[in-house]
Design a protein around this ligand. Structure first.
Ligand SMILES: Nc1nc2c(ncn2[C@@H]2O[C@H](COP(=O)(O)OP(=O)(O)OP(=O)(O)O)[C@@H](O)[C@H]2O)c(=O)[nH]1
Ligand SMILES: [Mg+2]
Length: 512
């Protein structure tokens, strides 16, 4: 077992038994592929996919990013405060150890399980030598919050807080690229464009045209502070205007505040409206986060199933086909080139018949050996030529078939000069392998069924959908229907909302 698989399995055994089975199947599949020569000895298929969805929290400084994360995780893992607190990115990852550990950035840079593997090289490209200072930019923290099971959350420094701008920007770009969900925080205490300038430019304008722009959620935090204003709608309107001026017309906009540190709202009716609106938006954010967890399990099992299919139905038959052509070509040309050897040997026999029998045997075998040597040399040259032909044909097929298995490598491992000297068929292939692959496929289907049982409830079981329930901001204030929203799958996701002034006004009662 490789180091990677060992670490992966240890981590999954703590947080997702269904996926632990999948990780073992990846390993089994790799062993078969290795025997067949389809992958390098140190290649790990499981290392090519993202095992944990990444949620990043970015935005203006002191907007409440760390406070929000602390509330999600129900622990004070991140420091908070009104000065620029975070000066580096913190990757939060699950561990069942109740003592949280903080590891330096190098831990992330060197571990292929995390999406920061070899980030120092990327940083070096932006600023030569800066990659060595990875620990100044990045750290890993472990936490035993059940909410973190099956996901990675990244906390970030405020957007305009750091003088090391280029490096911070490069890491931010990397984080945005690898994230499955990006929460962009703004501060309701500072809705003026100047205070949001950098965030608007890098996290709004630059992201609108992305193909994955749907993964960005725009959040105006600390809404409680607007309750004291004469005209709180104006705060949200100003924020929307700034977003619209940065090019964002439609999207997901949320207005929330932290239940842990919010300032009291004296007017009870107003307070209730604020809380209701906050809880509704918070539930939508939670729902998006929950959805990622569900998607990742299906995505990983889907990838495994596709890999086995590609192996059995595409890569192996293709290699077999090209290898059989190679073998046939070699046999045919062997005969064609062997005939002159036989002819020459026959001619020699006739020529040397008058010689003494002893001399005849010596001369005959000498000539025959020489001829055989020449012939085998010709055979090897031809085998290389035919192997190159086969590899070329497979290379083209590889492009059209879009399989992840390296068919050319698999063919080359088989296209030895003397394939007739071993038993027919592909090297490293047996009925047992075939049965193993079918069993992986079967297990995959069963795992998908287990997930269906976990996330849906067709039989109306009372204990269905046993996921870690994300914390509602103020559970007693959340109406029943909304608290249920927190654990529902995708079907409850709301449609995209256009920009609208989205805060209960002080005067009128809110429409339901
Ligand atoms: N009233 C109110 N205060 C909040 C809210 N969220 C955070 N705060 C306070 O705002 C300050 C900044 O919060 P942090 O969570 O440290 O903000 P941050 O975005 O992580 O800040 P940096 O890491 O420095 O960029 C802290 O004093 C928090 O207590 C909120 O919703 N309402
Ligand atoms: Mg912070």
């Amino acid at each position: 077992m490789t180091n990677y698989s060992e670490n992966l399995e240890r981590h999954l055994s703590q947080e997702n038994p269904v996926l632990l089975g999948a990780a073992r199947s990846f390993e089994e599949l790799d062993n078969i592929a290795r025997e067949l020569g389809l992958i390098d000895p140190d290649y790990v298929s499981a290392g090519q996919i993202s095992w944990w969805p990444v949620i990043s929290v970015l935005g203006t400084f002191s907007a409440g990013k760390s406070t929000f994360i602390n509330h999600l995780l129900q622990t004070k893992i991140q420091r908070t405060g009104n000065q620029a607190v975070d000066d580096k990115f913190t990757v939060l990852s699950y561990s069942d150890d109740s003592a949280s550990r903080t590891l330096p950035g190098i831990a992330l840079d060197a571990d292929p399980r995390f999406p920061f593997f070899q980030i120092s090289k990327e940083i070096d490209q932006v600023l030569q030598g800066e990659g060595d200072r990875i620990n100044a930019y990045l750290q890993l923290k472990t936490c035993d919050s059940p909410f973190l099971k099956g996901k990675i959350i990244i906390d970030s420094p405020g957007f305009d807080a750091d003088p090391q701008r280029d490096t911070i920007l490069a890491i931010t770009k990397h984080i945005v690229d690898i994230s499955d969900l990006v929460l962009v925080f703004f501060d309701a205490r500072h809705p003026e464009p100047g205070a949001m300038k950098d965030t608007l430019r890098y996290l709004v304008t630059d992201t609108i045209k992305r193909h994955d722009s749907n993964k960005f959620l725009f959040i105006l935090n600390q809404m409680d502070t607007t309750a004291r204003e004469d005209n709180p709608e104006e705060v949200v309107a100003a924020w929307h205007r700034a977003l619209a001026e940065s090019g964002l017309i439609t999207g997901r906009f949320y207005t929330i505040f932290s239940p842990d540190v919010s300032v009291p709202i004296a007017d009870e009716t107003l307070r209730q409206r604020y809380v209701q609106r906050r809880d509704r938006d918070w539930a939508e954010i939670n729902s998006r986060i929950q959805q990622l967890e569900i998607e990742r399990s299906y995505r990983i099992l889907g990838t495994l199933e596709r890999l086995v299919e590609e192996f059995q139905d595409v890569a192996k038959p293709e290699i077999e086909r090209v290898f059989n052509v190679y073998r046939k070509r070699l046999i045919r040309t062997d005969w064609v080139t062997f005939l002159p050897v036989l002819g020459a040997a026959g001619y020699g026999m006739v020529e040397f018949v008058p010689l003494e029998p002893n001399l005849l045997v010596m001369a005959g075998s000498g000539v025959l050996m020489g001829l055989l040597l020449v012939w085998s040399r010709v055979h090897i040259v031809l085998s290389k030529f035919f192997a190159a032909m086969g590899a070329g044909a497979l290379k083209k097929r590889q492009k059209t078939l879009t399989t992840r298995w390296d068919m050319v490598r698999g063919f080359r491992a088989n296209a030895t000069p003397w394939p007739f000297l071993r038993k027919p068929g592909l090297k490293g292939w047996s009925r047992q392998n075939e049965a193993q692959l079918s069993s992986i496929r079967q297990r995959c289907k069963e795992s998908i069924q287990s997930l269906n049982d976990l996330y849906t409830n067709p039989s109306g079981r009372a204990d269905a959908a046993q996921q870690p329930e994300p914390p509602a901001p103020e559970s007693e204030a959340v109406p029943r229907a909304e608290s249920e929203l927190l654990v529902e799958p995708a079907s409850v996701l709301p449609a995209e909302r256009p920009v609208e002034a989205d805060i209960p006004s002080k005067g009128e009662p809110e429409s339901p």
